[in-house]
Design a protein around this ligand. Structure first.
Ligand SMILES: Cc1ncc(COP(=O)(O)O)c(C=O)c1O
Length: 781
């Protein structure tokens, strides 16, 4: 039920009944001055009324960017008609509205879940915002040769896999009128407390008729955009953007629209939307009943024509189809041997009928408030005639729509957009970063996007499509001989935008029970103020210890410190920073990892000469710095395991112990039982670091990675300043090489650098290494 008088058209009325009627003498733009300065033929064709209301922003007619009077009232009426909190007039179509929606819900470096077959405006918005798209596949209908929406199960699975996604976007309904179970998708998104954003370009009429699929906002979407110019009466370019929940900040949406919109929006266009809203709000149900009935009639006529067909409500229940908008007619004449492209050409050239679009199998005809018995009759007559002419021709061959897996993203779309591209032979492009978006019709889903790694499967697939003469779009070279790629050295990374660093120091030595570690931070500070100046130190506050507790030396102080470390690190992660924490001994990782894991689904690479997986039962020393990795998996003392929040912080299968040279006997058993992957230093030395790193990448199938780096993983020759040196180990170059690899292949959320003990250092070798590694992590290349 609406609350306002939907018969009012405040903007149109001011233009027509005040500005035009008073014949205001214009000393303002536009320069045609009510048409007097316009080309005569154009003026005569368009008519004087249109020119009499083509004005620009001034007090009488209000402004779009800070609406106060008639435009505000027109937007309020739209919100009332659609039953939402706030509606905005979007003067750059749904494309502009989509850009505003996405920029309102994700910032640079944040993740948004989107279907792989989004409209190009979504891609544009992702480039503009600097967000990272996580793609999900829509359902492909092999029989119809089109893609439908995404299933709720797909959304749920993706959100489980990526706990740091900040918003979900879906297209609903599709161009072809197919709707998913949007209500369930809204519930799933909200169970993660993130907004559901809906590209409802093809659904501005849904709210007004019960025989149509449920509209986005009625289903619980937080924000949506509708092409009111496509389906209801607004002039081309005018769309509506609705906000209907507190998960989206209305003021931010207004700010972004003001950033994107022209400062000279067309008042003719805006007035047309004001009136289209009046029409749909006051007469919509009746007019839509007529449109739906015409669509049913046309579909039934078409389905009687030999060799021609148009699917209807019977497809509901197929994979990915929850509801259907009957006003969309997807018509195929493939049994007549005609592709959709050929049918479109025939209809326009020989019957003066222009359809909305064509694909390989189908054409799409849209029935709206503007249709009549006469218009639908013309289309069915034409199809009948075409059937008679082509009946008996061989059916066109069906194409396989199987797609290769979504390739590995190397650069986010904004980075790919800003990187220089080079042309190379397509056949030799395996392993390169793609510089183009390549798509095949059907089913209209990108095979590869800019910034993604080209695989041999993709090269093979595109060659097969070419041989099958499918419509391939996007490659600069239509012969598919060459492809644009981004060479590694040309890639523009925007880490600085994606993730700023915050440096913390924790002078903990109680975990190692060794004097000297507590002086590490001071030594770094004194010698390299430029690098460590901004370090925030989390001090150790000694707690009363219970010395009757066996084998957990200084447990209370370590737990207290780690709780505070976790809290601080967690805030940094929440604010979009990459925390870099300098120890202290390795017990501090109980806190750093808990702080990150509360916010993000992470894997951990634990670079260490030791295993750090003892428990109070297995430990030989009782020193907690030998236990953190076990505790983080929920193994060992319950209080320490429940640091910051209850339960394990990391799954064992998401951990790799790297560079190990010294395990205790019982510890080895614990590790074997847990299933943590161990890569011994000897194996790396034998097989080569690149081979092993590739295997780690293959094994650790996570997006986000925490690096917990114990300096003793280095050979003591290069880094003697540690508490527990072990013979052998890496040279500094190996470490920089590994870090470079990890930064390139994962999002590094956070890093610990621990166990620096200046007392044992020689010629400041270790200190210098810690400085250089910290510098690298602060500014990875
Ligand atoms: C699914 C989808 N989203 C967005 C748009 C963009 O809408 P507009 O043309 O109003 O900018 C379109 C246009 O066809 C579309 O099909």
């Amino acid at each position: 039920m609406t609350k306002l008088n939907q018969n009012m058209t405040p903007l149109f009325s001011v233009l027509k009944d005040v500005y035009a009627k008073r014949e205001i003498v214009p000393f303002h733009v536009p320069g045609h001055k009510r048409g007097a300065g316009m080309d005569k033929e154009f003026f005569d064709f368009i008519g004087k009324n249109a020119f009499s209301i083509d004005v620009t922003i001034f007090k009488m007619v209000d402004g779009l960017h800070q609406p106060k009077s008639c435009i505000k009232e027109a937007q309020d009426l739209a919100a009332d008609a659609y039953g939402v909190k706030k509606s905005f007039f979007a003067v750059n179509g749904t494309s502009g509205a989509i850009q505003a929606m996405i920029m309102a819900v994700v910032k640079s470096g944040e993740k948004i879940l989107v279907p792989r077959n989004v409209h190009k405006s979504v891609t544009a918005a992702i480039i503009l915002s600097g967000a990272e798209p996580i793609y999900m596949n829509p359902e492909i209908d092999d029989d119809l040769g089109i893609a439908h929406g995404v299933k709720p199960e797909t959304v749920e699975k993706m959100l489980k896999q990526h706990s740091d996604i900040k918003a979900v976007l879906i297209i609903n309904p599709t161009y072809y009128g197919v709707a998913t179970d949007i209500k369930r998708i809204a519930d799933i998104a909200h169970s993660y407390d993130i907004p559901l954003v809906v590209d409802e370009a093809h659904g501005p009429h849904l709210h007004f008729h019960e025989d149509l699929p449920i509209s986005a906002v009625d289903a619980g979407a937080d924000i949506c955009a509708q092409s009111t110019h496509k389906i209801i009466g607004a002039l081309t370019q005018m769309s509506l953007l609705h906000v209907n929940s507190d998960r989206v900040d209305q003021n931010r949406v207004q700010q972004i629209l003001s950033l994107l919109h022209t400062t000279s929006p067309s008042y003719i266009l805006m007035a047309s939307l004001d009136c289209a809203r009046r029409q749909i709000a006051t007469e919509g149900r009746e007019l839509l009943t007529k449109s739906i009935s015409l669509a049913h009639k046309l579909r039934s006529e078409i389905n009687k024509i030999p060799g021609v067909s148009s699917f209807g409500i019977e497809i509901v229940g197929r994979e990915g189809i929850y509801a259907f908008d009957p006003t969309k007619l997807t018509i195929t004449a493939r049994d007549l041997g005609l592709t959709g492209f050929q049918l479109e050409t025939l209809l326009v050239n020989e019957y003066n009928i222009q359809v909305e679009l064509s694909d390989y199998y189908n054409v799409l005809a849209i029935i709206t408030l503007g249709d009549s018995e006469e218009s639908i009759g013309k289309l069915s007559d034409a199809l009948r005639d075409i059937s008679e002419r082509f009946f008996g021709k061989e059916e066109i061959h069906r194409k396989s729509l199987k797609m290769p897996a979504i390739p590995e993203p190397v650069l986010i779309p904004r980075e790919a957009f800003n990187s220089v591209k080079n042309k190379i032979l397509f056949a030799e492009s395996e392993g390169k970063i793609c510089g183009e978006l390549i798509m095949a019709y059907p089913p209209g889903i990108p095979i590869i996007c800019p910034g993604e790694r080209i695989t041999s499967d993709i090269i093979e697939h595109i060659k097969e499509l070419k041989d099958a003469e499918l419509h391939i779009q996007g490659m600069d070279d239509h012969e598919l001989q060459y492809i644009n790629v981004i060479e590694e050295e040309d890639a523009v990374y925007i880490y600085t935008e994606k993730m700023k660093n915050q440096l913390f120091g924790v002078p903990m030595n109680l975990g190692a029970n060794k004097t000297g570690i507590e002086f590490g931070l001071e030594a770094l500070w004194d010698n390299y103020p430029d690098v460590f100046d901004e370090m925030e130190v989390i001090e150790i506050e000694r707690q009363k210890e219970d010395f009757s507790v066996q084998n957990l030396r200084y447990k209370n102080t370590i737990l207290d410190t780690c709780e505070r470390v976790a809290h601080t690190v967690n805030l940094a992660v929440k604010d979009g920073y990459r925390p870099i924490t300098i120890g202290g001994d390795h017990s501090i990782a109980i806190g750093t990892i808990a702080g990150v894991a509360k916010e993000k689904n992470i894997g951990v690479i634990w670079m260490d000469a030791h295993g750090d997986m003892n428990t109070q039962e297995s430990t030989l020393t009782g020193n907690i710095h030998g236990m953190p990795l076990a505790l983080l998996q929920g193994l060992g003392d319950k209080d320490l395991c429940n640091c910051f929040y209850d339960g394990p912080k990391i799954k064992s299968e998401n951990i790799v112990l790297f560079g190990v040279r010294d395990l205790d006997e019982q510890e080895r058993e614990i590790i074997n039982k847990s299933g943590v992957k161990v890569v011994f230093y000897d194996e790396i030395a034998q097989r080569g670091i690149d081979v092993v790193l590739d295997e780690v990448r293959e094994y650790l199938d996570v997006d986000n990675l925490h690096i917990s780096f114990d300096i003793d993983v280095l050979n003591p020759e290069y880094a003697p300043g540690v508490s527990l040196p072990v013979r052998g180990g890496f040279a500094p170059d190996d470490i920089f090489h590994s870090f470079k690899y990890l930064f390139k292949n994962y999002t590094i959320t956070s890093v610990d650098i621990v166990e620096f003990n200046p007392i044992y250092d020689k010629n400041s070798k270790t200190m210098e290494f810690v400085k250089e590694l910290t510098e690298y992590v602060k500014n990875p290349d």
